[in-house]
Design a protein around this ligand. Structure first.
Ligand code: SF4
Length: 415
């Protein structure tokens, strides 16, 4: 029996691609193993969006070298954003790796031209569906466009077909993925937009919920916001990264909007989609960011109050505009201090927002069990845990919230 092992780090797109690659192994009659040492085929799906992630990849590659030495029959493959366009050089640098292929591309050992139509091997009640690959934006700090290449949308019909197939296999919620989902469709005939795609998917019988990530503030159109507000299955939860609250820093980051543009966008979304929950991504310690400019980020987050904020310290990525043009001049200790300030602020805001849910009844799509408790998410992307002897897997439950925290909620089954 041939055994495979897949190691994945990074974003949801990597997870989605690994789920599909898993299906390809399963089709070939291979079985998964948790333990890399037991595998005949090891695939790494990698991330280099921050230095920390890249360090983990490099460590893993060194482990592979040892495993290959001990077992020359072992097949090794690497994909994801660690793989750059110069694969000939990578092959020279890492001769013990059998296959390199760029994120989202067809694995080189396959002759199956329809590999993109492969659905996840064992979909759960929720599934990721990539809708657009790559990115055309070249934000100054970001390595993704160099590694994943230019934007390439999947046709509407293909995405609808795949979603129908997933629903047949028990999926009730899909999360559409793209580095910038708002630019979906501009490269397709008839130029459909994300709004058109949502309308098509909303029609699929048996599909209950639709989510999508990630939005770009400069590309979210009023039509898209109206469509989200109108369609019953599209969840009232959006991730819209601002990255910084200072206009000077936003300009250096090449984000294409100002803090005022962003604030207007959030206000319009909140007006059109009442009860919407919003999450955000922020980078602190970008080159030249002063204390006053950092404070503008703090002020923006304090004023707009998001349900969730992911904060990261700036980490120069070789080859990006920021790494080439600006000195990484904010000391590491100072970056850490800024991260901690935002984390503390966000914990307070999320505590207050979630406390308002105490005593309310909410609808939860149950995804599974953890430590003996059922868990699932609301349409607003809040994680809820509850106890019940019944089997709630894949069902919708109405839960009364009895306890709240900044990160999750606890409740009792109402029905
Ligand atoms: S929009 Fe900017 S941050 Fe997002 S993937 Fe593209 S370049 Fe990177």
């Amino acid at each position: 029996m041939v055994r495979y092992h897949i190691w994945t780090i990074g974003c949801q797109m990597n997870k989605a691609e690994s789920e599909r690659l898993e299906n390809l192994f399963a089709r070939d009659g291979m079985t998964p193993t948790e333990n890399a040492e037991d595998a005949d085929f090891i695939l790494l799906n990698t991330c280099v969006v921050r230095k920390h992630a890249e360090d983990r990849v490099v460590n893993k590659v060194h482990t592979l070298k040892r495993l290959k030495k001990a077992n020359p029959d072992l097949t090794l493959a690497i994909t994801g954003c660690w793989v750059d366009s110069n694969q000939a050089q990578m092959k020279k640098d890492f001769p013990f790796i059998d296959h390199f292929f760029r994120a989202g591309e067809k694995p080189p050992w396959l002759d199956n031209p329809a590999w993109q139509h492969v659905t996840p091997h064992n979909p759960q009640v929720t599934a990721y569906v990539p809708i657009i690959q790559g990115c055309n934006n070249f934000c100054a700090y970001c390595i993704v466009p160099y590694r994943r290449g230019p934007e390439k949308s999947r046709p509407v019909s293909e995405i609808v077909c795949e979603t129908r197939e997933l629903v047949k296999r028990g999926v009730r919620e899909v999360t559409l993925l793209g580095q910038n989902v708002d630019s979906y469709g501009h490269d397709l005939k008839d130029r459909p937009g994300l709004a058109d795609l949502l309308v098509e998917l909303d029609d699929i019988e048996g599909l209950w919920r639709i989510r999508f990530l990630t939005n770009h503030p400069k590309d979210m159109s009023p039509r898209l916001i109206d469509t989200i507000a109108k369609l019953g299955k599209v969840c009232e939860s959006l991730n819209i990264p601002v990255q910084a609250g200072s206009n000077e820093i936003l300009k250096l980051m090449r984000r294409g909007y100002s803090a005022e543009d962003y604030t207007r966008l959030i206000e319009s979304i909140r007006e059109k989609i009442p009860g919407v929950s919003l999450s955000n991504d922020v980078i602190v310690g970008f080159p030249t960011e002063t204390e006053a400019q950092f404070q503008q980020t703090v002020d923006l987050l304090t004023g707009l109050r998001f349900d969730m904020v992911h904060v990261a310290a700036y980490s120069p990525r070789p080859g990006t505009i920021a790494a080439r043009e600006y000195e990484d001049d904010v000391p590491q200790e100072e970056k850490k201090r800024r991260v901690a300030i935002i984390e503390t602020l966000q914990e307070k805001i999320a505590t207050e927002i979630n406390a308002e849910l105490q005593g309310q009844d909410v609808e939860v799509l149950v995804e599974g069990k953890q430590k003996g408790k059922w868990y699932g998410r609301t349409g607003t992307d809040k994680i809820i845990f509850f106890s019940s002897q019944e089997n709630w897997q894949g069902k919708l439950a109405t839960i009364r919230i009895i306890r709240t925290s900044p990160w999750s909620l606890q409740g009792n089954v109402v029905s």
